[in-house]
Every structure is written in C-alpha cells, then in structure tokens.
Design a protein around this ligand. Structure first.
Ligand code: ADP
Length: 274
C-alpha cells in the first residue's frame, strides 16, 4: 500500500524529469543545428568572392596583351576583395559582441556622439546618392553601455537606411527618453524612405546571413550579418531592437537602450590628513 502511494507521488515527478531531459536534448540539438548552419553559411559566403577572385586572376593572365581588359578585370577583383574584407570584419565584430560582456566595460555614452559617428561612417555613400541625413533630439541623452558595441549597432542601422534607399531621399535619426517601469530608456529611431521590408521577412532579417533580396544586398556590399549584430548588442545591453516598415515607403528601426543614470557624486575630499 505504502509503496504504491510513494510511486504514485514519484511518478509525476519522474515524467516531468523525462520531459525536461527531452526538452534539453531538443534544445541541444537545435543549438547544434544552428552552429552547423552557421559554419555552412560562412563557408559559402567566403567561397563566393574567393572563387570570383580566382577566376578573375585567370582572366587577367589570359588578357595580358589587352590592357583595357586587364584593368577591367582588376577592378572587379578589387570589388570582390573588398567584399571579402567586409565579411571577415563583420564576422570578427559578430564574434566579439557574442563573446565580450558589454556591461564589464560599460560607461555613460553620449547619444549625440554615437549619432555623429554613425552619420560620418555613411557620409560617402549618402553624398554620392544625394541622401540627406538629419538628426534630432539627441542633446543631453546618454545611454549606459559599451561604447564600441553601441557605435557598431547604430552604425549598422544608419548604413542600412542609406544602402536600401533610392537617391535623393532622407534618412532621419531621432532620439528621446521614454519612461519605463524598470528605469528610463533611450529610444533611437532610424527612419528611411527606402524600399521597405515585406511583412513575411520582418522577423527573419535579424538572423545571421538572412537577406530579403540576396542580389540587391550583395550589390550594396551587404554581408547579412549587420542586423544580427544589432540584435545581439541590444539584447546584451538589456534593450531591444524593433522594426516598422511599409513596402515601397520606407522603414524605421528603433533601438531601445537603458539610460545612463545620473553620474555618481564625486567622493568627498579627504581632509583627515590635514
Ligand atoms: P546586409 O549586410 O545584407 O544589409 P543586414 O543583416 O544588415 O544585412 O540586413 C538584413 C537584410 O534586411 C538586408 O539584406 C535587407 O534585405 C534588409 N534590410 C535591412 N535594413 C533595411 C532597410 N533599412 N530597408 C530595407 N531593407 C532592409
């Protein structure tokens, strides 16, 4: 009688344990699959420009007595080499944001400085496409976090806004403080009048290597890693990134980050030794 009662009490616990184990295994398998996909994607992304460079170098050798063809092939080799460099740099950035705890090196970071840096980074492309960039509301706002990672995140959003917009449009960056139960947040919104993002892709664009239109993304030199970096940085800072978009009209990416609190008061001067 007693044994039966005990096993009746233990059985539900046992089945929950089995369930937890199964869930754990499923999760482990999922993580393993994501890792394998990532390695396969990286290999594929690296092979494309390397293959092109190899073919182009053969073409250069074959065209040795045609200087015009040589310079044309060399120009294309340079484009492929740049793509390779961008990809390797973004892979390094991604692994850095995934491995470093940003809050270990956290400090108050001025939003106007971050915005100015992000605009600077795209000035060349924006000027050549006659895209106007305007920022507002950034004065006196400070976020709490890792300066380099925050700059990378905002830089990627502004870069995308410029890349996925037609000529003679406007990119706006607006910042404001929003009150939230867990402490005030700083919201930085990057708005473009670009091609927009189809609804079915909106969830997935934050995945590594996901692109709405691979051909267009390659044309802009995109790696498909930028938004994965942004999402990781936002999350590891206790913030988030979200997107609003209307196809053919434009997109707004909004970054929400914890506000840097008031600076700690300076320690009282030490007068004991006077
Ligand atoms: P990429 O290096 O290809 O730009 P991202 O991870 O930064 O990679 O972005 C993923 C995809 O999301 C892009 O390939 C593009 O299709 C889409 N996307 C990102 N930002 C925008 C934007 N501002 N407007 C339209 N599409 C965008």
């Amino acid at each position: 009688g007693e044994a039966l009662a005990v096993s009746a009490r233990v059985a539900p616990l046992g089945s929950r344990l089995v369930l937890l184990l199964v869930e754990d295994l499923t999760e482990a398998r999922r993580i393993e699959a994501v890792r394998r996909d990532f390695v396969a994607n990286v290999s594929h992304e690296l092979k494309t420009p390397v293959g092109a460079i190899s073919l182009l170098s053969e073409a250069v050798m074959d065209a040795a007595d045609d200087p015009e063809a040589v310079s044309r092939f060399a120009g294309r080799m340079q484009i492929e080499a740049t793509r390779l460099i961008n990809l390797v740099q973004e892979l390094i950035d991604l692994s850095r944001v995934q491995n470093d705890d940003p809050l270990e090196d956290a400090e108050p970071v001025r939003v106007d400085t971050l915005v100015a840096e992000a605009i600077d980074r795209c000035r060349h492309t924006a000027t050549s496409k006659q895209i106007t960039m305007a920022a507002g509301g950034t004065a006196d706002l400070r976020v709490w976090g890792h300066r380099g990672q925050l700059a990378a995140a905002l830089g990627n959003l502004v870069e995308n806004a410029v890349n996925y917009s037609p000529a003679r449009t406007r990119v706006g960056i607006a910042a404001r403080r929003v009150t939230a139960p867990g402490g005030d947040l700083i919201e930085i919104a990057v708005t473009d009048q670009g091609i927009g993002i189809p609804e079915k892709d909106r969830e997935r664009i934050f995945e590594r290597f996901y692109r709405v239109d691979p051909a267009r993304s390659r044309a802009t030199g995109g790696t498909g890693l930028g938004l994965a970096i942004v999402k990781h940085v936002a999350a590891s800072h206790g913030g988030e990134v979200s997107v609003w978009s209307s196809e053919g009209q434009g997109s707004t990416f909004t970054l929400r980050l914890p506000e840097a609190g008031a600076p700690a008061p300076a320690p009282a001067p030490d007068t004991t030794g006077a």
